[in-house]
Structures are given as structure tokens and as C-alpha cells.
Design a protein around this ligand. Sequence first.
Ligand code: SIN
Length: 434
Amino acid sequence: MDIYTDVLVVGCGVSGMYSALNIDKSFRITIISKSKTEECNTYLAQGGISCARGIDDIDLFVKDTMKAGKNKNNIEAVKVLAEESIENIHRLMKFGMDFDYKDGELDYTREGAHSINRIVHSTDETGKRVFETLLDQVKKRDNITIYEDTTLVDILKFKGECCGGIVKRDNMVDFIHAKYVILASGGIGGLFSNSTNRRTITGDGIAIAIKNNIEVENLEYVQFHPTALYEEDNTAGRKFLISESLRGEGAKLFNINKQRFVNELLPRDVVAASIWDEEKKTDSRFVYLDASFMESEFIINRFPGIYKECKKRGIDVTNEPIPVTPVQHYFMGGIKVDLNSKTSMDNLYACGEVSCTGVHGANRLASNSLLEGLVFSRRAALDINKFISSKDIADVNRNITIKEADELIESNLKCVLSEFKKVLGEKKHELIND
Ligand code: SIN
């Protein structure tokens, strides 16, 4: 089937939905989601969203982001992120987002490598609330259509420019013709045996970019979150995250011999490395994160998600330490984009985890991911708004059978796996088998 739309958005997380909501309402937008809409990583984000505390905090926020990123960041992108943080948080609040307040003011929390408390949050379920807020807005727009269970197989091209996407949906192949395509398909966590990400997030956007000679960069920049819940039963499935904000609120790390070994609020890569080290020294597969000395009521109200999920697994966070270990969490590399999220191919934008603005450098500062999604997906939308009225849809045909679509999907997975095996070298054992 041929479908005609003005903008095709691939992905239903914060970047996909927020870009759609910032495109002029007079244009038709089609959002595709590989599985059900809520099965995106945005939904799982716990800690919150970083936000400059005011104009006076911009320089320090930039410094913190650069320091965590080992100064490998694109400083221009970092400045944009910090400078546009406040306005985008306000926009999100106008859409109905409910952040936590304390004494009549936004309750800013702290996470690793932030010099001050600058993270707005909604208990420990910030991502879920962001997702619900944006989805509510999307549903109110009659110019936006969502297709669930729809996989991007490849992009459509005409004379080297992007003009839509080939998708697999309901066991059929559809050709979605569009003036612009925004890739917001997320990262690569599903390629790793142990990750906090949804298993379906397998770097499809990266594979399609590589196969179409679209520039990608920093593929070796993979982040491990220090504290995922350790479970003896290691059956496939994502690992449950124990938010860094629990450490931000005072929780402490101990080895299995009940000894402290690291400052919990150092950058993520440092804390993760120190946990691996400690596990080796003590011949253990985990360390402990202890919040049991905090007021039970505080834990239950501030971290209801963590409290419930741990309880389900027989751990009472108010009474006992949580076994934790580092697992893959985030991808700082991706499809190379400029400050308006434009890729090296005309008419193709990328934002969120699939993209690389360079904003995170070699190690993302905690709670900068939802913020990046907001800031740079809005920039993509505003750039598209400038040119969309004067553009036509290039109508190309490409005949693909369902069997060929399945083969392309399989080769996309093989392509990213082999790419990451190359760049990650000896860490490749962390990857799933292809
Ligand atoms: C967390 O809550 O620890 C994760 C937040 C993030 O990935 O920035």
C-alpha cells in the first residue's frame, strides 16, 4: 500500500512525539512505532530531566555536561542544550506534565556529576509521565496518525534524497511517502545481553543509516549504568534500573563485605568501573545499594516504582540493601546530525538516542537524555517548518515483497551487530548472539 504524509516520524518516545507536536498543525504527520507505543525507552526513564536552575546556572550546567563527557562533547550542542532547557521544560508543563513540587517550588533532585540539584522529576516515574503527557497531546491532534507494530525496513530515496520509508505492518509492506523523515527510533540496548532498555530497541536506525551511507559517529561510546537490579535468574528481558536519583537522595554503595568503596555521585562510567572492580576483588556478581537507613515513608512516596518492583522480587528496600550491578544503558554515538538534527542526507533528520549531536561526549551526564530529546527534536521540527510548505513529495516506487522485507530486517540486525562487535573489541561478549 502507498501512504502519503508530509512528515514520517519513526519512533514514539519523547523525541518522536515532541517533534510531531512542534511541526505546524496544518501538515499531516505519520508516527510509526515498532511495537506498542508505550514500549519505548522514554517510558522507562526514572530519574528525571536536567534543567538549568536559571540563567546563572547555564555555564555550570555546560561545565558539568562537558566534564562527565570527558570533554569529547560538541560544546555548541552542549550550550544549546543548557540554554534551551528551561523553555522546553515549561513547554512540557504547558502540555500538562506534572513535576514534583516541594514548598511551592519545583523539587530539583541531584544525580552523579551534577554540581547542584537541577533535575526535575515526577517521583521515579518521570519517563512514564512524559510519555503519557505527550501521547495525550498527540491524540488531540487530528493531523497526527500513529501506526503501532510497524517496523521501518529501509528509507525511500530519490536522487540521493530521503523521501519516505518502507515499513512492515500487519504482515504487509507499505510505502510511506513523505517530504521529510525524522528518525527517533532509539538506541541499541536490545543488542546487549544485559541492558536496562527494551529488547526491541536494536539500533534499526543506525543500521539503515550505515547501509545508506549516511554519516554515523562515535559508535564506541556506549554507557553502562552502575546500578541495575542484580537477579540470579538471568533469563532474557531487560534489567530493572535502580535510579541514580536514589543515590542522589543519599543511598550508599557497599561491597558484599559491607565496606564502602566509591563516592556514589561520581560520573556514571567511574562508578560502574569501580563496581566491576569491587565485584572482581570480592569474587561476587553484585554489590549492594543501601537506602534502608532512610525514612520508609520517604522511600515509598519518592520512589514508588523502585519500591514496588523490588518488593515483587522479595526485596524490601526500606529494610534491606538492593543487589546491583552495571548493565548497558545508553548510546552516546549515532547518526551524525547538526544543531538542527539534520543528517548528512537531505530531508532526513534524526533525534534522541539514535542521533549524535555530540552533546553527551563520551559519557552522558545523568538525566540529559530526555532533555536532549526535547531540545533537539523541537529544533528538527522548527527547521522543517521553515521549508515544508514549498516542498513536494517525490513519488518513488520500490517493489518489495514481504519475504524481502523480512530479509532486510534480518540484515539490519546483522549489520549493527557486526558493527558493534568491531568497535567494542573485547567487550563483544556483552552482545547478543546473531
Ligand atoms: C536514572 O534514573 O538513573 C537514569 C537516568 C538517566 O539515564 O539519565
